[in-house]
Unconditional design. Structure first.
Length: 439
């Protein structure tokens, strides 16, 4: 998921949502929805392509196909990641939202707690072909464990290390780094003459969280206790955040300007031979849209501290992806389910995931030869063997906001030449933990 958010708005809005007992108000029927408007649907799609216009070009032909098949017209709005969560939270409090929407899979438990989303119980899953059509790793990020999922998997992704072959060759580097120490070593060779080794999106709160969560796992930290309480100041959590920010502050392999990046600018730098490596989810489609040929870049598993990727302290990705949800107060409950069934059909899964360079979470679609490319094999192997889901707790979206902001502020310090120390990192994380407890 590629997104950033305004911390104060999201935190305040979420606390209002969780306190509200009237989410989805004014709806009728056992599921909360009705069929008062059976010929129309509104759909908020997330920005998966290089731009909002790219998404419209990908999605509109499929929506037209759905209308031809069902007679239901879908009104599409592609919402930038910087706005999406706040728009959803506002909709849950007002009861005025779309019929169907995309959500980052890490938000599933938080949005489930609002009570505004349709639960995907056995009956509802049966209406779209059954729960067993979906891979287990994708289902693991659809809501709180032990409850009916709040959403259905749509696109699956994992992080990998993308590297610019020309920049590697020019620097005499023969293979991509497999550990962080190797990355900083080759990073010194690549960071010169106005070019940099590693790209980052320092102002993208969620991207910050994805990176430090993985590093946290590698340092033995989870950011939450087993009973779901915030634990941002453990030694492992502090070490993870410091290691990530130190790529700019200490190792000098990330350009200071990346502290302000939040809208895929690091991918643009990569395509322009300004940055040699990026840690990203399913970037191939974006690189193509930026004018890169497939033979210009390579992909390798994201680094670990030592050894090879695996579970526990050798986790090298969060389980990334996009889920599809239905608002309970939809005026076209039957049409909404038909639309989810359409979008998760084998045919549409192949079309959409091919367009975005992601992996179908539907088992039969994932087996298609189109998803056997070397780049996607790295991502599929990562999802199967070394990716871990972010905590599925109601406070997860607040975690992304307050800790993501702390990392953003630390990147700003690094870019300004201010020292980033273990103590300053701990102080930022202590503040974030306090914000969680008082919001």
């Amino acid at each position: 998921m590629r997104r950033s958010r305004v911390a104060s708005i999201a935190a305040v809005t979420l606390s209002l949502v969780l306190a509200s007992a009237a989410c989805g108000g004014g709806s009728t029927g056992s599921e909360g929805g009705s069929n008062e408007q059976p010929k129309t649907l509104t759909y908020w799609a997330s920005n998966q392509g290089a731009s909002l216009e790219v998404d419209k070009k990908v999605l509109q032909p499929e929506l037209d196909k759905f209308e031809k098949e069902t007679g239901i017209k879908v009104k599409l709005e592609v919402v930038p990641w910087s706005d999406l969560l706040n728009r959803i939270l506002t909709a849950t409090t007002s009861g005025q939202g779309p019929d169907v929407l995309n959500i980052g899979n890490t938000w599933s438990a938080s949005l489930q707690a609002t009570g505004a989303l349709l639960p995907w119980d056995a009956k509802n899953f049966e209406a779209i072909g059954g729960k067993d059509r979906f891979v287990d790793s994708a289902l693991g990020s659809t809501g709180t464990q032990g409850q009916d999922p709040a959403a259905v998997p749509l696109y699956s992704m994992a992080y990998a290390l993308y590297y610019n072959k020309k920049m590697f060759a020019d620097a005499g580097i023969e293979k991509p780094p497999a550990t962080w120490s190797e990355l900083t070593e080759v990073g010194e060779k690549l960071s010169k003459n106005g070019k940099w080794a590693l790209g980052a999106e320092g102002s993208n709160l969620s991207n910050n969280i994805h990176q430090v969560f993985v590093l946290g796992k590698q340092h033995g930290a989870d950011f939450f206790t087993p009973d779901g309480k915030a634990d941002f100041t453990s030694d492992g959590a502090v070490a993870a955040v410091k290691q990530y920010v130190d790529f700019m502050a200490k190792d000098k392999i990330i350009a200071p300007g990346n502290a302000e990046y939040a809208q895929n600018q690091s991918l643009s730098d990569f395509a322009k031979d300004k940055t040699a490596m990026v840690l990203w989810q399913t970037a191939s489609a974006t690189f193509k849209s930026l004018g890169m040929n497939e033979d210009e870049w390579g992909v390798a598993p994201a680094p670990v501290q030592s050894g090879t990727p695996g579970t526990g302290t050798n986790t090298n990705s969060m389980v990334a992806g996009i889920n599809m949800a239905v608002f309970k107060n939809t005026k076209n409950i039957d049409g909404a389910k038909k639309f989810v069934k359409f979008m998760t059909s084998d045919e549409e899964q192949k079309i959409l995931n091919s367009a975005y360079g992601s992996i179908p979470p539907v088992k039969s679609a994932q087996e298609d030869p189109a998803f056997d490319s070397p780049a996607l094999k790295v991502l599929r192997d990562t999802l199967a063997t070394s990716a871990t889901a972010l905590p599925q707790v109601p406070e997860e979206s607040q975690f992304e906001t307050v800790v993501g902001t702390a990392v953003k502020e630390l990147f700003a310090d690094a870019a300004a030449g201010r020292k980033v120390t273990t103590e300053s990192v701990r102080a930022k994380l202590e503040k974030a933990e306090q914000q969680m407890s008082t919001s």
